[in-house]
Design a protein around this ligand. Structure first.
Ligand code: ATP
Ligand code: MG
Length: 398
């Protein structure tokens, strides 16, 4: 029998109106890569937070290497070799890459902080990743993808025995994901135990020895990936059988060109031209740094020193402000939701209505029932997993 390194024993955690975890039992074996899967709101992050000390369970035990804890603190978790790469970034934008990696445990020479040594160490990790990040650059100047890699480097540098990765690949391109897998394989070979959360099931088969399925805060089952089929996992996650993973698209595409870019140039973008037709889904592909985000931002809001043309419904348009873009019927779902998209301390209904206040306010007074109704209808249509649209957005799952 393989030895258990980390056991979640009958863990329950409730929030007002929500049972995030209900009597969950998961055993993580020494040296394995163990996937944790489940739909949005299934309880994956909450379970992880109980063993990093971010959340105290209402009941149950966490057993690390045979030692029982009814709750952990971040310090205790670290002392017990647990490191986590959060789903939401946890970096300090104004500090350098190296300073972020060594945050709270700076390398010193005598009493002075040894910046050079930290940058050297960081460079060694990036070399293993085969990723070109300058350890002295400020984190806020990096793309989201690179920031994610800094997060990984930070956890790797702590030489932990249990590395928890909460959707580390969400903002990485295929090539970078492969690079990250290489690192995970290396860490595994060194005996590090990995807990891997991802919505991309193919990654789980590529990377993980076993997989635990969660649904609605409950443990469903733990399986060996080698003799498990994708369909079985999907059925376990949603609780019913799904016929098609990707149903055929039914929305018609017309010939009307609704948005056209002609020779757009700005900040690393050179002569971008494309036509978008009504009803069409146009993918923007490219590696991190290729300019996808910049292009999306440019359509939403023109910048100084832009050249080229954007036509909306065949007439020339440069949206000077996001309001102008919204008026033209353009919406931007930002890449970095925590900083650019959502106001975490505001409730769900307030976030939903934020961009359409002109439609729901009369003489600058918000029509509360209208706002509530709109939010309720999106909650239903988009299956937003929350007991109430009056919840703060920060209490939602990822
Ligand atoms: N601080 C909180 N206050 C209230 N409810 C919370 C809080 N944290 C989590 N929840 C709720 O607990 C449930 C489980 O959330 P959790 O974040 O663990 O889901 P998840 O499986 O990680 O989902 P995702 O894949 O979307 O990240 C959700 O319904 C969520 O809204
Ligand atoms: Mg989560």
């Amino acid at each position: 029998m393989a030895e258990n390194l980390l056991v979640f024993k009958n863990i329950t955690k409730t929030y007002p109106w929500v049972t995030a975890l209900s009597d969950v039992m998961v055993e993580i074996r020494k040296g394995e890569a163990h996937a944790l899967i489940g739909e949005n709101g299934a309880g994956k992050s909450t379970l992880i937070k109980t063993c990093t000390g971010a959340v105290a369970p209402d009941s149950g035990k966490i057993i690390i290497n045979g030692v029982e804890f009814s709750a952990l603190t971040p310090k205790l978790a670290k002392e017990n070799g647990i490191a986590v790469i959060y789903q939401e970034f946890n970096l300090v934008g104004e500090l350098s890459v190296a300073e972020n990696i060594f945050l709270g445990r700076a390398l010193r020479k005598g009493i002075r902080i040894d910046r050079r040594a930290m940058e050297r160490e960081a460079a060694i990790i990036f070399k293993r990743f085969k990723i070109n990040i300058r350890p002295d650059s400020k984190v806020k100047d990096l793309t989201v993808g690179y920031q994610q890699i800094v997060e990984i480097a930070k956890a790797v540098s702590q030489k932990s025995t249990i590395l928890i990765m909460n959707e580390p690949s969400a903002s990485l391109t295929d090539q970078e994901v492969e690079g990250m897998f290489g690192i995970v394989d290396q860490l595994k070979a060194q005996g590090v135990t990995i807990i891997y959360i991802s919505h991309r099931l193919e990654e789980i088969f590529r990377l993980c020895d076993r997989v635990t399925i969660m649904r609605d805060g409950c443990f469903i089952e733990t399986l060996n990936t080698a003799n498990t089929k994708v369909n079985h996992l999907v059925t376990g996650m949603v609780g019913r059988e799904l016929k098609e993973t990707y149903p055929a698209r039914t929305s018609p595409v017309s010939d009307d060109v609704i948005l056209e870019a002609k020779n757009l140039c700005w900040n690393g973008l050179h002569n971008i031209s494309f036509k978008l037709r009504r009803g069409e889904v146009l993918g923007l592909g490219g590696l991190i740094g290729a300019g996808r985000t910049e292009l999306a931002e440019l359509i939403f809001r023109s910048k100084t020193k832009t050249s080229g043309e954007i036509l909306i419904k065949n007439s020339l348009s440069h949206c000077k402000t996001p309001q102008a873009a919204i008026k033209q019927g353009i919406a931007l779902a930002t890449e970095d939701r925590k900083h650019q998209g959502a106001l975490l301390d505001i409730d769900i209904k307030g976030n939903i209505s934020m961009a359409i206040l002109n439609r729901i306010a009369v003489l600058s007074v918000i029509n509360k029932s209208k706002e509530r109704n709109i939010a309720e209808s999106y909650k239903t249509d988009l299956l937003i997993k929350t007991p109430s649209v009056l919840q703060k957005v920060k209490n939602l799952s990822g």
